[in-house]
Design a protein around this ligand. Structure first.
Ligand code: ZN
Length: 469
């Protein structure tokens, strides 16, 4: 057959070659960042952002993104060329913790700036009450158009996450396009992040001149979606996850290119965050929402200004998701009420940009989870991680009150394999007392309400791959 084409139909081969040239020009693979037309900015431009008054805010949440799987966080595989390139002209927080390994608990903390013990959002039926002050409410009151687009049922209006949004929607997804693979067979979410991006761009086309706040919660990585071009890393579960990061990275690159084309990139403050990571049997556990070890709680945080920083800034002090909104509000010059468990990272950014010593001491950070969050009839099985410098203290409190404790020291053990609980009693005792204090913090708004969730909705949540009993 090949011979036939080669020898007898040379014009066909020529036409095919021409077509190939045309196609490859049309779908030119652009080097990440080629489209980035933002001006170069200075440290002074960062402090002057609060005076601008013309800024938009984009919060891009990439569900299930483990920091160390990104090139810019030191991964050896080329999973994230676009994110790496964006980080190189913005701010990257090197040691950033999410407040839980389960979407709902984690996002409740990210939005409110409260640790899970203070949001009270620890069970499958917990709802953020009206008393919770959500950033979208603050921004709406400050004159922003507020739009939330999401594909994860745990952040649905059912659980109070729509507060402050003019529009808060799950874009209508089609069935999975034929060129895409979705590797987790327990999942049946419709659509992909492409429908999310299309909906976001459609909003921007009609948004006019009023500042906007757009929250996009991407889910393809949670479902290990990828295509042939991103299938670079193999076929084991952990490899498929990397394929999906590569695919998702391409979606982010596409979105950024479109923002640039629409003239939005040089007047938008962009936060790229995640709600938790993913485990691959490092300790016999897979996935997330089960424990709070480093695999599922060390996440990326990238901040992009409406200008490029050359070189980009790396903040090395400990930061966490409860710090994200205090930071964004300070950058925007918006005063908010005190009382957050987080703090603004602006002083850290400025100090790092100027090459000075860190602006603040390394802080203690927390991640927590009720391991029984999905069991309707079981009582709580709380676990907490206390992160203090190189130490990470993990404990699970059994029903009888027994504590299972582990103590890791990342100084010479980056993967946190060796348990020092029996050999470093002084540190163990100190962090145990801090964990006790953590549980003393209760929600300012009293008990969080719960909601009766019907079978249909439970099945939609089960479609995300969680077993709710
Ligand atoms: Zn999640």
């Amino acid at each position: 057959m090949t011979k036939l084409i080669d020898m007898r139909w040379p014009w066909l081969v020529a036409a095919a070659l021409l077509l190939l040239v045309f196609v490859s020009t049309f779908f030119e693979v652009r080097f990440p960042g080629d489209w980035d037309t933002r001006p170069v900015g200075t440290v002074e431009d960062i402090t002057a952002l609060a005076e601008r008054g013309d800024l938009n805010v984009l919060m891009l949440t990439i569900d299930t993104l483990r920091a160390e799987r990104l090139g810019v966080y030191g991964y050896e595989r080329d999973t994230s060329p676009h994110l790496d390139s964006l980080a190189a002209s913005g701010v990257r927080f090197e040691r950033h913790l999410s407040q839980s390994s389960w979407t709902k608990a984690s996002m409740a903390s990210l939005w409110t700036g409260f640790y899970p013990s203070r949001t009270g959002i620890t069970r499958y039926d917990g709802v953020l009450p009206e008393d919770a002050l959500m950033p979208a409410e603050v921004l709406r009151d400050a004159g922003f158009q507020t739009v939330g687009l999401w594909r994860n049922g745990w952040v649905s209006p059912t659980f109070g996450f729509d507060q402050g949004f003019d529009v808060y929607q799950r874009p209508i997804g089609t069935t999975l396009p034929a060129n895409l693979r979705r590797e987790n067979p327990t999942l049946s979410e419709r659509g992909t992040d492409e429908s999310l991006v299309e909906a976001g761009l459609e909003f921007l086309r009609v948004s006019g001149d009023r500042p906007w706040f757009l929250y996009m919660h991407m889910m393809d990585l949670h479902e290990y979606v990828y295509d042939a071009d991103s299938a670079l890393f193999g076929s084991k579960s952990s490899d498929l996850y990397d394929n999906s990061i590569r695919w998702t990275d391409g979606t982010v690159g596409f979105l950024m290119e479109k923002l640039a084309e629409m003239g939005q990139l040089d007047r938008t403050l962009i936060a790229i965050v995640s709600d938790h990571g993913e485990a691959f049997l490092e300790r016999g556990i897979e996935g997330h929402a089960r424990r709070v070890y480093r695999e599922t709680t060390e996440v990326p945080f990238l901040l992009l200004f409406p200008f490029r920083l050359e070189p980009g800034v790396v903040v090395k002090t400990r930061s966490q998701n409860v710090d994200v909104w205090p930071t964004l509000f300070e950058l925007l010059g918006i005063e908010t009420s005190e009382g957050s468990d987080g703090r603004s990272l602006v002083p850290d950014i400025l100090a790092s940009a100027r090459g000075e010593e860190p602006a603040a001491e390394d802080r203690i950070a927390f991640a927590a989870l009720d391991q029984n969050w999905a069991k309707r009839d079981a009582s709580a099985l709380p676990t907490v991680a206390v992160v203090d410098g190189p130490h990470r203290y993990i404990r699970v409190q059994n029903e009888g009150g027994d504590l299972q404790e582990q103590l890791f020291d990342a100084t010479d053990d980056a993967r946190e394999v060796r348990d020092w609980a029996a050999t470093d009693p002084a540190t163990l005792e100190r962090l145990r007392a801090i964990a006790d204090e953590y549980y003393q913090r209760k929600p300012d708004w009293g008990e969080s309400p719960t909601r009766e969730i019907d079978e249909l909705e439970l099945n939609l949540l089960r479609a995300l791959g969680y077993k709710i009993e």
